[in-house]
Design a protein around this ligand. Structure first.
Ligand SMILES: [Cu+2]
Length: 128
């Protein structure tokens, strides 16, 4: 399943959880992760210096954040998540150090401009 399909399934799950129709417009106004760099579930050559998370809705920066951890759970130092001024649905997070090869977990929580809260997580791997 690609990320759009996963987002669609996630949206359906949220809609089901709140017992609203998936075709009820307000259910679609939440910000879900659309795609990211490094990509969700990807294996990349070379340590990324930044995470980029693109959402389906514009983000309110004051109530949004991202954490980065190793697969073992150790927190990785990183900068504060910043909304891209030219693309308010995009968060940029600089990584505080060069990532060693291994798998990392990104956890995000955002509040979209319609004040709805969503959160999720994904993994990526830095290839040896
Ligand atoms: Cu919403």
């Amino acid at each position: 399943m690609n990320i759009r399909a996963k987002s669609f399934v996630a949206a359906l799950a949220v809609a089901a959880a709140f017992n609203v129709s998936a075709f009820n417009a307000p259910a679609w106004a939440h910000a879900f992760l659309d795609h990211a760099v490094p990509a969700v579930g990807s294996s990349v050559q070379g340590a990324p210096r930044e995470l980029t998370l693109n959402f389906t809705e514009n983000i309110a920066p004051a109530f949004s954040g991202v954490t980065l951890a190793s697969a073992a759970g150790g927190a990785i130092a990183k900068g504060k998540a910043r909304v891209d001024p030219s693309s308010p649905a995009t968060l940029h997070v600089s990584i505080g150090r060069k990532l060693a090869p291994g798998t990392y977990v990104v956890r995000w929580h955002v509040v979209s401009v319609d004040t709805h809260h969503t959160s999720g997580s994904y993994k990526f791997t830095v290839a040896p």
